[in-house]
Design a protein around this ligand. Structure first.
Ligand code: PRX
Length: 677
């Protein structure tokens, strides 16, 4: 969506909580913080843009220093640190060896509690990454610029694989392991990946899932789309033992753990890549049907995540840092793998769900590993709170810093996080950003600005947000009016393009508020984020939710169009419409309305089949709360489905004026149907 207002959006059903008082960061946090100098805001003001971003890039080790900090010659395809050469793997692993060889880089925590935690030192990480990189190069023939799709669960093999790719300059595209084989196959085809890397099995909620099964579906789907990957590499969850029921396919599938001994002791020189060369693709949902591959650069991205990890996450090398997101999402790429490892921290990778076997699990992990920075989503916080309000109080963990990300957090949930999880000792940052952005856009700088429950805060240093109304006029702070949040300036973490679709980048994020499309001045190209927001008089920003056809379910970003098109693959379905519904734990859940083809009648079994189609084609996370089989969709006279009306019916709200509909009588019928459930 770029030019018109969505008929119905998350932002329209946003919660409107009152202004909350400010809370000061704990003095013991300030005493040790990386960033306590208020001059940062001046240093990173627009006046010093873009050179101010040298401060972030200087956190990295460059083979060759860049010649131009920002090249704006081809708007809005901004190029950062042009001429600079580096390697992301070198920056996250090799350069730490002299100082931190025997320090843990990754703590891998298996879901079964009786399995030992693996502590992988920087030295071991370096060895494992080198050997696997040698395998990728020599056995798969991979080289700089090739794409590889990863469908890996949350095990240490995931960051090892990403770093091995980065070492070779190979572009990785990790698909969330909870996504279906079909969704993975589409992404293999879109990225034209040469290889699929997966794992035989992994634990989720107490069950060892057969994950290899998904790889077969993925290859089948990619083959249908005429882009089969040449090879499938399968890591074993238990090295030496194959744990999936689905067998390997001869000649196509290769067990990594069987091949690796041949590469023992091999070392691979890190590839020198340009700052602007791609490090990875991360697919995300947009307002059109197919997910888009956000293509992230090496230099700009790594500089941005290193800078924000240091200043906003306050990561020091001696910290034990646990981000409970999945590496299959951008949060995990930026703030489990690349940011923390660039700073030589110890980063926790936890395989399972937070409430397994009970809601005390995260706090036992934190106690055991001495985690002092904790990062999670409002959905996880709500779920843990629901499973036991006083559980965290029974444990002896101590956090200095906690993060929330991915959805708006209700002040009441925020307070539980602060009081009970953080024991009033930890500072909280509420970080707002998106897959496209690489790293944080809005958040408080933890030692410098007070916290405000429910507000992300102002732009982070170097980010200058603005809220526009539909006509492109600035909505001043403190007016209590909501609008569309945009960022005035480019920043190094922003993606280079959408893989294979430059035009979509321009259309989706810049066309809406571009002041002059012939201009080469970045000031004419504000970034349109697609979220509704409002700004209070102190400059703190409250994010209200998506204004487009994207729905944020438990922090998972899904396109309503993707869910609708999955429903439409069921032959009986004539039309489908998804609306976001507020949910106590997940923030939002999709409700699905379908009408059937003439002569077909629907029942529970059909609804079940429709739900199943969505699970198979996308993921269980996209499963609708309810499938409503309705006699007809409420439509305008021009035939557009009125999702606003459906959403109101789902929530028991007022559908507003329906007299202009082509079929107003259907509204009452649907209302009765919904009320009966
Ligand atoms: O609607 C905003 C919401 O998540 C969307 C981005 O989703 P995704 O690309 O999957 O990235 C999620 C993690 C970076 C945004 O458009 N969102 C993200 N963070 C917040 C948020 N909403 C409110 N508060 C946040 N802190």
């Amino acid at each position: 969506m770029s030019n018109q207002k969505a008929e119905f959006s998350e932002a329209e059903i946003a919660v409107h909580w009152r202004e909350e008082p400010l809370i000061s960061p704990p003095p013991q946090f300030i005493g040790q913080a990386n960033l306590t100098d208020p001059a940062i805001f001046e240093r990173m003001s627009l006046e010093h843009f873009p050179e101010c971003y040298r401060e972030y890039a200087d956190l990295l080790t460059w083979y060759k220093y860049w010649e131009k900090t920002l090249d704006t010659s081809h708007p809005p395809f901004w190029k950062w640190f042009v001429g600079g050469e580096l390697n992301a793997c070198y920056n996250c692993v090799d350069r730490h060896l002299p100082g931190y060889r025997n320090k843990t880089a990754i703590h891998f925590v298996p879901e079964p509690e009786n399995e030992l935690i693996q502590h992988i030192t920087y030295q071991e990480l370096w060895v494992r990454v080198n050997e696997f990189a040698a395998l990728l190069r020599d056995f798969c023939g991979l080289k700089k610029g090739d794409r590889v799709t990863l469908h890996l669960p949350m095990t240490a093999e995931l960051p090892i694989t990403m770093l091995a790719c980065a070492r070779l300059g190979v572009i990785h595209s990790q698909v969330f392991s909870g996504f279906s084989g079909q969704a993975c196959g589409e992404r293999i085809a879109d990225s034209q990946s040469h290889v699929l890397i997966t794992m035989d099995a992994y634990y989720r909620a107490g069950k060892l899932l057969d994950h290899k099964k998904q790889a077969d579906i993925a290859v089948e789907k990619a083959t249908q789309e005429k882009a089969p990957p040449g090879k499938v590499l399968v890591w074993q969850r238990y090295p030496g033992r194959y744990s999936a029921e689905t067998p390997p396919v001869k000649g196509r599938d290769f067990i990594v753990n069987e091949l690796l001994p041949k590469y023992r002791g091999q070392r691979v020189e890190p590839e020198r890549v340009q700052a602007t060369d791609l490090l990875f693709l991360m697919y995300t949902s947009g307002s059109t049907g197919r997910p888009k591959g956000c293509a992230h650069s090496t230099g700009g991205y790594l500089a941005y995540v290193a800078g924000t990890s240091k200043y906003i996450q306050d990561i020091h090398p001696e910290d034990v840092y646990w981000c409970m997101a999945d590496i299959g999402w951008i949060t995990g790429h930026s703030y489990i793998v690349y940011g923390p490892l660039a700073l030589a921290a110890s980063s926790v990778v936890y395989e399972g769900i937070p409430t397994h076997p009970d809601a005390g699990r995260p706090w036992r992990i934190a106690e055991e590993l001495g985690v002092n920075i904790f990062h999670t989503s409002p959905t996880a916080i709500r779920a843990l709170r629901r499973a036991g309000e006083d559980v965290p109080s029974k444990y002896h963990h101590h956090f200095k810093h906690m993060t929330t990300v991915g959805e708006p957090i209700e002040p009441e949930v925020w307070r539980w996080y602060y009081n009970v999880v953080g024991k009033k000792e930890a500072v909280i940052v509420d970080t707002w950003w998106q897959t496209e952005n690489g790293g944080f856009l809005c958040s408080t700088v933890p030692a410098l600005k007070p916290m405000k429950p429910g507000s992300a805060g102002p732009g982070v240093p170097g980010i200058h947000p603005v809220i526009y109304d539909d006509d492109g006029k600035e909505i001043p702070a403190g007016t209590g009016k909501a609008g569309n949040i945009c960022i005035r300036n480019p920043w190094p973490g922003f993606m280079q393009t959408i893989w294979g679709d430059d035009e979509r980048l321009v259309k989706q994020y810049f066309a809406r508020y571009c002041k002059d499309k012939n201009s080469k001045d970045w000031r004419d190209w504000p970034y349109f984020a697609g979220d509704g927001a409002m700004q209070s008089s102190d400059g703190y920003i409250r994010i209200l939710g998506r204004i487009d056809d994207v729905i944020n379910v438990a922090g998972h970003r899904l396109g309503t169009k993707e869910i609708e098109s999955a429903a439409l693959t069921v032959p009986e379905v004539a039309e489908a419409a998804v609306v976001p519904i507020p949910d106590e734990v997940k923030g939002r859940v999709p409700d699905l309305y379908v009408s059937l083809k003439p002569g077909v009648t629907g029942d529970g079994a059909l609804a079940q089949r429709i739900s199943q189609a969505i699970e198979t084609q996308i993921s269980p996370v996209a499963r609708p709360r309810r499938v409503w089989i309705v006699p007809d969709m409420p439509k305008t006279r021009s035939g557009k489905i009125m999702r606003r009306v459906l959403a109101a019916l789902s929530t028991g709200g007022d559908p507003g004026d329906i007299t202009t509909l082509a079929n107003p009588e259907v509204v009452e019928k649907i209302r009765t149907q919904v009320a009966q459930r």
